[in-house]
Design a protein around this ligand. Sequence first.
Ligand code: B16
Ligand code: MG
Length: 223
Amino acid sequence: MKLQAVLFDLDGVITDTAEYHYLAWKQMADHIEIDIDREFNETLKGISRMESLERILIHGKRERDFSGEQREALAKEKNDHYVSLLTHLSPENTYPGILELLEQLNQVHIPVVLTSASKNAPQILKSLELEDKFQYIVNPDGITGKPAPDIFLKGAQAVSADPKYCIGIEDAQAGIEAIKAAGMYAVGIGEERLLSIAGADIVYDSTAKLDLYSLINAASLAS
Ligand code: B16
Ligand code: MG
């Protein structure tokens, strides 16, 4: 098999924390009288906390109204709320097909890497009881965020994999762009139209449709 590693996004691929991010941002935005909806939220997926806040302020034409210190306080307000929502997470919240795919990869000794922009990712994997399925978790601190390829390149490098023999799985347009910029095969989870525009090689509307051997064939990474 030519496949050398599979790199997973977290929010929107492994579990539905994307919904919790939305609820927490929405409450913070309401506080400062900025209206955001689910369509706008699509543009925040895969984007770091501070960059997401910046996009919300620009969306509400209030980017000049808050100092650095106030921005930190707003980001903390959102994160505290988000973390409180995470206390509900348990293994039942893992999306269908994900545990099976991770176990299959572990069995055939293909490294599994987490390439999430979230600083809360280790805690989420713990709540889902999935930490031991991953060979490496990239720490997003200090790494240029998606759509830059850096987080995926770092993940491949950490397990000594050549990017052209790697598969990345993402639900966000910025994430798909990052995978393609890293030179990997990009699997999108979600809306075909949006993710194809971003460059996805294949799109599934549900993680239940992910299957290791179909992926290997689609990516032409069988030996
Ligand atoms: P945190 P992913 C991303 O995770 C989310 O999609 C994005 O909405 C969030 O702002 C970002 O993580 C940072 O998360 O505030 O928890 O550090 O999709 O890359 O797994
Ligand atoms: Mg995501």
